[in-house]
Design a binder for this molecule. Structure first.
Ligand code: ISL
Ligand code: CA
Length: 533
């Protein structure tokens, strides 16, 4: 993977980033307008959530044409311009590749319904459904005419049939099309469930039934190897797979040996530490659980894609920190964690200013198809309205998708945004933080600079030093230096037992002397350079 290990990635959710034409929807020109801002963070790669044509049942993750831009976002000319302007600034663009399913409005699906000889087996059709369930809740099958088709997500997202070689050929063409345009690579959506090895009934799990027939199958490895060999290896590319429910061993199987399948993967184990049986049933966050999972993945996985947020997760400061009294402190502590770990750091838009979950007051304020589906399914299970609503409020993906907070009055759009703006934009916004040297924004910039400066933060081996109830300490080391990352993950003062040598190169609390007392949510990184002879 070589120098790819140096990169820092910034995720843009185009719908909510910047609206350039006043229709309330973020767009490509908006992103281009903000490239200098993105560049100023010090990041190297932009991951764009889908910008392809889509009826937006799942905000672009339901693609109706892989080779064209959603008119709401602009034109292909705007896209070419964005790629060019990014390149001029030394930024690379990675696109979202959604190939488990398409939209039901894709030509392929329409032809499949019409029994067109080439397309009839592009999707997964059956006379009778099996018992599999959808990731968004409810059954994974719907009927058109006298046949059922499989959809592991919404019913407007039919699953492609990866047993059909023509599907492979078409997707290869899609990939080459974008790589030829100068795209740097792909974030591969739910990539470890694309291959269905049988359509038998599956085992019943609390939320998901049937996964043993499509999760992490050999056929998936075969597909990834072929895509790598025939397409990706012909370019200089970067790939990260989104892989659900993987173990460290399965993660390694996807990324190692190098250059055969994916460069790295997103796993979810650390996103499950505050839930009971599934993400809708949250419990009190216990920092120690997070430490344990992170340490395990640091120790066992060859190279991690590290993230605390994305467009599917509630905001990290609201979840693992304190979005009220210790907002600034805890957001910076989490940033220190993200950049202290070994692996590639991913920042989700707004995370760098500490954007928080949003207070939604009514179901009608939510846009996300998943939130609405789960609300209905939970209703059928007899869960009372009030409790269901609370679940959605806390966990809805819309928490991450509210418009980017540029200024005190929003600064995202001149019109009413497609999704409610968080009212705390008056206190949490880019402009204010630009002018404040102690802001979360400046702290992120500083962390990125440090990562560039010290090889130990990029390549250093990881070793967990202490995982106390609230204090996480780990060491990174390479032949030049040792780094100690010290994090108080609580809102109370904590005491350090040991002393640490070296210089405090960054901390979220300014102190004359960094002694054994850690303030609430205090974070420090010590670096001690090794003497060389
Ligand atoms: O939200 C989730 C994690 O808590 C998952 O259930 C999520 O749906 C899963 O990780 C897959 O996500 C990806 O594919 C979906 C799309 O809705 C998500 O936005 C995307 O990131 C279907 O394409
Ligand atoms: Ca717009």
């Amino acid at each position: 993977m070589g120098l790819k290990k140096d990169l820092v990635v910034y995720q843009v959710y185009p719908r909510s980033f910047k609206d350039s034409n006043g229709d309330g929807i973020g767009d490509l020109k908006g992103i281009t307008l903000k490239l200098d801002y993105i560049k100023s963070l010090g990041v190297d790669v932009i991951w764009l959530s889908p910008v392809y044509c889509s009826p937006n049942d799942d905000n672009g993750y339901d693609i109706s044409d892989y080779l064209n831009i959603n008119p709401e976002f602009g034109t292909m000319k705007d896209m070419d311009k964005l790629i060019l302007e990014a390149e001029l600034r030394g930024l690379k663009i990675m696109m979202d590749l959604v190939i488990n399913h398409t939209s039901d409005e894709h030509e392929w699906f329409k032809k499949s319904i019409a029994n067109d000889p080439k397309y009839k087996d592009y999707y997964i059709w059956k006379d009778q459904p099996n018992n599999w369930t959808s990731f968004f809740g409810g059954k994974a099958w719907d009927k058109i005419g006298d046949k059922y088709y499989l959809h592991l997500f919404s019913k407007k997202q039919p699953d492609l049939n990866w047993n059909n070689p023509d599907v492979m050929e078409d997707i290869k063409n899609v990939m080459s099309f974008w790589l030829d345009k100068g795209i740097y690579g792909f974030r591969c959506d739910v990539i470890n469930i694309i291959f269905k090895s049988s359509l038998e009934n599956g085992k019943k799990h609390l939320v998901l039934t049937g996964k043993e027939h499509y999760h992490q199958q050999d056929g998936m490895h075969k597909i990834l190897k072929e895509l790598r060999k025939d397409i990706l290896s012909k370019y200089d590319t970067f790939t990260v797979g989104e892989t659900v429910m993987v173990t460290p061993k399965q993660a390694n199987d996807l990324i190692y040996p190098e250059d055969e399948e994916l460069d790295m993967i997103f796993s979810f184990a650390h996103m499950e530490v505050d839930q009971v049986s599934n993400k809708w049933f949250k419990t009190k966050f216990k920092p120690k659980k997070l430490m344990k999972v992170l340490t395990k993945w640091q120790n066992e996985v060859y190279w991690n894609a590290n993230y605390l947020e994305n467009h599917d997760q509630p905001r990290s400061v609201s979840r693992f920190g304190d979005d009220q009294i210790y907002h600034q402190q805890s957001a910076k502590m989490l940033a220190t964690l993200l950049f202290g770990l070994k692996g590639t750091p991913y920042i989700f838009q707004g995370q760098e200013i500490g954007m928080t979950n949003c207070l939604f007051n009514d179901m009608s304020e939510f846009q996300d198809v998943e939130s609405h589906t789960i609300y209905k399914v939970a209703g059928k299970l007899g869960i009372p309205k009030k409790i269901r609503f609370k679940m959605i409020q806390k966990t809805s993906r819309d928490n991450a998708r509210t418009p980017m907070q540029w200024t005190k009055d929003g600064g995202f759009s001149k019109a009413k945004p497609w999704l409610k703006q968080n009212s705390n934009t008056k206190d949490i916004n880019v402009l204010d933080q630009e002018h404040n040297a102690h802001s979360i924004l400046h702290y992120y910039r500083k962390l990125i600079k440090l990562r560039k400066k010290y090889s130990v933060l990029r390549y250093g081996e990881f070793e967990s030093v202490s995982e106390k109830k609230f204090v996480y300490i780990f060491k990174r080391s390479d032949s030049y230096s040792d780094a100690f990352v010290i994090l108080n993950m609580s809102n109370r003062i904590q005491k350090l037992k040991e002393t640490y040598e070296g210089k405090v190169v960054i901390s979220n609390v300014e102190k004359k002397i960094y002694d054994s007392v850690l303030s609430p949510y205090e974070a420090r990184i010590y670096i001690k350079e090794k003497s060389r002879d």
